[in-house]
Design a protein around this ligand. Sequence first.
Ligand code: ADP
Ligand code: MN
Ligand code: MN
Ligand code: MN
Ligand code: MN
Length: 358
Amino acid sequence: MAQRDAFTSKTENLNKYMKLDQKGKIMAEYVWIDAVGETRSKSRTLEEKDWKPEDLPTWNFDGSSTDQAPGHDSDIYLRPVAVFPDPFRGSPNIIVLAECWNADGTPNKYNYRHECAKVMEAYAEHEPWFGLEQEYTLLDLDNRPFGWPSGGFPAPQGPYYCGVGAGKVVQRDIVEAHYKACLYAGVGISGTNAEVMPAQWEFQVGPVEGIHMGDHLWIARFFLARIAEDFGAKVSWHPKPIPGDWNGAGLHSNFSTKEMRQEGGMAHIEAALKKLEPCHLECIKEYGEDNELRLTGRHETGAIDKFTYGVANRGTSIRIPRETAAKGYGYFEDRRPASNADPYRITRVLMTSIFGKL
Ligand code: ADP
Ligand code: MN
Ligand code: MN
Ligand code: MN
Ligand code: MN
């Protein structure tokens, strides 16, 4: 079949079908979060219209296949909570973010959004803004970071952070495609950069208000995994993908309230840090698995057993940006969350630590 390969590439073949008219129907990709903090998704056909989350049909999946339910009672319900334009199939097709609910009407064990949404609603008057910096590592199908020599290591860290050029960064195509996909879908992506460890990258989402922060970050994660699939790459969300003298991966969480963003805001930031200090261990519990491998007090982290803060200091739990200190108002950066943390758990515990539990 070498002759056919010469005339039509796989991409051209696919595009021929993707351009076909859908006859008034759309494809809706329902996305949910599974038991291990990865996204899963499946598709269904709907009529073409301007779908709002509350109008979209509830759906279900086999929770016994995702460790989210026992086999004898396996139906998990998918309740739509947010809709985005689909960057893969193009509009009018849609991406539907859904919460997982058990058949008895209780939220599924891994549905962290439900409680988070309640907290965000209760404290909405403070207009909480979040900006999350998602670090991740791109692996080949043998779980080796791209560009790392087989059986060896790259040259020590230094040239890779915000690096430009062959030998310093890899797989920029994935990063670019992801940025575009987020913009197309209206996900609040605010930037991207190559990270300190080779094959590690970061994208930022924010500032985004309240519950929408977690929604946007989860959809951005789904997009990245889906795009990396197209390019034959795996995304690792692990906070210490390579042990040793290599930077780990975090999910720095920048935070401000309406009060902190105004003249005199520094007093509100300091009051919030005083509230966060005694909640340190409670926060750490919400900040991701295997984070103790990363929060060593080295590689631009604070130690896991101590709550510390400082202006422009990257070796602390919390950093107050230089600009915020200079102006006297702005935001702070919680550097503790790991790259694999659930944004609903982070944003919720920040709010309950500062403003109290419901
Ligand atoms: P860093 O210098 O730590 O690498 P980044 O530029 O990667 O910082 O990320 C900063 C994040 O802070 C961005 O996501 C941005 O949207 C967010 N941010 C900026 N201002 C605010 C604010 N007032 N409240 C919350 N987040 C904010
Ligand atoms: Mn089936
Ligand atoms: Mn950053
Ligand atoms: Mn970073
Ligand atoms: Mn940061």
